[in-house]
Design a protein around this ligand. Structure first.
Ligand code: MG
Ligand code: MG
Length: 253
């Protein structure tokens, strides 16, 4: 069932979202060659806890980290590790959740390590822009399929594959609420979008095939063909005043 939020609840989600966005920004700024993904995870956990919030992902379904940190062909759910050392040319996806006063923020971004290839930068740019194309469809009277269709069309026109096995979701008191928000679909299909809905819209995009598999660690999702992937996510709310980006703390993100 879709849980609509009133204005007071959306204010609380803004607070959780701000902490989430700030933690993500902090980790992004710490990315450089030689840093381990465990170090980034530590920074995120420490920041969230300093704010009096809880890292939503820590222990979620048994997940061992505070953030999911996925490198190159890893799509999502990468486990932070002291053994994963970033090197020049990598692209790193960091996905963060923070729970504050009963509400959750969920946001992800893809960061370059030093100088990356033009192809990798194009993929990152496309993924981010596809998010905004999708989010622009989050308006009263549209349907979930309008969001997915906008994301899919933008990415596929550029020769990229949109990951289908994982999708965006409602977000609120829980990390994952109804409805599912696929990154593909048909306009005019799916649940109707109404004021009070809060969604995590999150395109996951592959430079090649959208087929993915899970590694033996039980978490990390990689592309079957080894293609690079990018991920971009914000928690967003549809209010009387229109769309609000709950996890966006920097206009450049
Ligand atoms: Mg996320
Ligand atoms: Mg999410």
């Amino acid at each position: 069932m879709i849980q609509l939020k009133n204005a007071a609840q959306i204010e609380k989600m803004r607070a959780a979202g701000r902490i989430t966005g700030e933690a993500l920004l902090l980790a992004g700024e710490a990315i450089k060659e030689g840093v381990s993904t465990k170090h980034l995870d530590d920074l995120i956990r420490q920041y969230i806890e300093k704010c009096g919030a809880t890292p939503t992902f820590l222990g979620y379904g048994g997940f061992p980290g505070s953030a999911c940190i996925s490198v190159n062909d890893q799509v999502i759910h990468g486990i932070p590790s002291a053994d994963v050392i970033l090197k020049e040319g990598d692209i790193v996806k960091i996905d963060v959740g923070a729970t504050f006063r009963g509400f959750v923020g969920d946001s992800a971004n893809t960061f370059p390590v030093g100088k990356i290839t033009k192809e990798a930068q194009k993929l990152i740019d496309c993924t981010k822009e596809s998010f905004y194309r999708g989010a622009s469809q989050f308006k009263e009277g549209n349907r979930i399929g309008d969001i997915g269709s906008a994301i899919q069309t933008y990415c596929e026109e550029r020769g990229y594959g949109v990951i289908r096995r994982y999708e965006g979701h409602g977000v609120g008191r829980q990390l994952h609420e109804d409805p599912g928000v696929p990154n593909y679909g048909k306009p005019g299909r799916g649940p109707r979008l109404v004021t009070g809905m809060t969604l995590a819209i999150e395109p996951m995009v592959s430079a090649g095939s959208y087929e993915v598999r899970e590694l033996r660690d039980g978490w990390t999702v990689v592309t079957v063909d080894g293609s690079l992937t990018a991920h971009y996510e914000h928690s967003v709310a549809l209010t009387e005043e229109g769309l609000i980006y709950l996890t966006k703390v920097d206009s450049t993100l």
